[in-house]
Write a protein that binds this ligand. Structure first.
Ligand code: SF4
Length: 395
């Protein structure tokens, strides 16, 4: 199974409980970004374009545990940046697993084989390896030759040691459905437990702005892929209704509070993809964010978004309301032939606001105000970390 039965039961029980107690907004997956620093610079990534001082910041073990305690979601996805560059990552994972949280550690896998001994297989822990398609597709996506080979070697090594491994496959404009379908066949044959897939979000800071999909192209692409997958046993870690949404069959609205993000800057508003501001606590994020101002149809920057950060929780909530519907889609797969549902109108969306420079300035001055208290020892430590990053990247 893409998701262990016990995990599905515990998460399902959590979701039903939220509905029974009448919580309007609740977290499903805590997204943790304990650092922005990465050892790749992918064309479609909008997360690593910060000054070095900010890239060198880390969430500590205690800050990660506090974020979990504040949020309370049953599942935690640890992303970045590249989490394996974080020296405390084994302790962070161990402590969260001890709390019986389901952990997905997202990695580009360049350091995975080297670091495997630091982790233990567990039904609560899964590697989530970034793989955007076959060798040519992935190496082009991450702008570096040889990454596909290293990532797939690491996946095989992790599977051989008994770890759960899923892959995270982001698709861009120009993806060929036949190649994607063949790639899904390939990873299934590799023994990967599940695939998480979505279109790339059009990050305003991504170096390549030419290859993001709009919603119409996204739906057609996923329909074409799912049609080729009929009768095959592809395992997805996502809700069947989210896949049905990707194929143009669900008229979902975004529920970004379902996957709240804690970064080194604080709790990001409104979602994993968009940094429009930061709250100091999870409660402040949930209570003081103007949620209605976001989502497709509400905000220009959300116009083409169909990413799981915003829509997977919607699909899960829909499953609770319409269990017969999810049962049908789970049994027969996403619809690929009937007309698609009408698209959300963009007529009343508010225009995009650009806040990147202002946020960087604010974070830099916040950092500067903290420095005297930390003293020179921290600067030595950060320099050592930077050296490791360079060594790891060259590895
Ligand atoms: S639609 Fe939702 S998930 Fe997508 S960018 Fe907007 S707020 Fe974020």
């Amino acid at each position: 199974m893409a998701v262990p039965l016990m995990q599905a039961v515990r998460v399902g029980r959590y979701v039903v409980k939220q509905h029974l107690i009448g919580r309007k907004r609740y977290p499903l997956v805590l997204m943790l970004e304990p650092l922005f620093r990465c050892n790749l610079a992918c064309a479609g990534c909008g997360k690593i374009d910060y000054p070095a001082q900010l890239l060198n910041q880390r969430l500590s073990l205690q800050e990660c545990l506090d974020a979990d305690a504040e949020c309370g979601a049953p599942v935690i996805a640890i992303a970045g940046g590249e989490p394996l560059l974080h020296k405390e990552m084994p302790e962070i994972v161990k402590a969260l697993v001890a709390r019986r949280k389901y952990i997905y550690l997202c990695t580009n896998a360049l350091l995975l084989e080297k670091k495997l001994d630091d982790y233990e297989p567990s039904p609560f822990f899964s590697w989530d390896v970034h793989l955007d398609g076959d060798k040519m597709m992935h190496d082009s996506s991450v702008c570096q030759d040889g990454v596909f080979e290293r990532a797939t070697a690491a996946i095989r090594a992790a599977k051989a040691r008994g770890f759960r491994v899923s892959i995270n496959c982001t698709l861009f404009d120009g993806a060929d459905p036949k190649r994607v379908a063949a790639f899904f066949d390939e990873v299934m044959a590799m023994g990967v437990d599940g695939v998480m897939t979505a279109p790339g979000y059009a990050y305003e800071r991504a170096p390549d702005q030419e290859h993001f999909l709009n919603r119409q192209k996204t739906k057609q692409l996923f329909r074409d892929i799912f049609r080729l997958g009929k009768g095959k046993k592809w395992r997805f870690t996502q809700s069947p209704l989210f896949l049905n949404f990707l194929a143009g069959n669900e008229n979902y609205h975004c529920t970004p509070w379902g996957k709240p993000l804690r970064t080194v800057f604080g709790w990001q508003r409104p979602c994993y993809l968009l940094g429009e501001g930061y709250a100091k606590s999870f409660r402040e994020l949930m209570d003081d964010t103007a949620w209605d101002q976001y989502g497709t149809g509400a905000y220009e920057k959300c116009a083409d978004c169909m990413v799981h950060s915003g829509y997977e929780s919607t699909a899960v909530m829909d499953a609770v309301r319409r269990p017969w519907h999810i049962a049908k889609v789970a049994l027969f797969g996403p619809e690929t032939e009937k007309p698609m549902v009408p698209e959300i109108s963009l007529a009343n969306q508010r225009p995009a606001e650009y806040r990147y420079e202002q946020q960087v300035e604010s974070q830099m001055s916040e950092l500067a105000s903290r420095k005297p208290a930390r003293g020179p020892r921290v600067r030595v430590h950060k320099a050592a970390e930077a050296d490791e990053v360079i060594a790891d990247a060259a590895d």
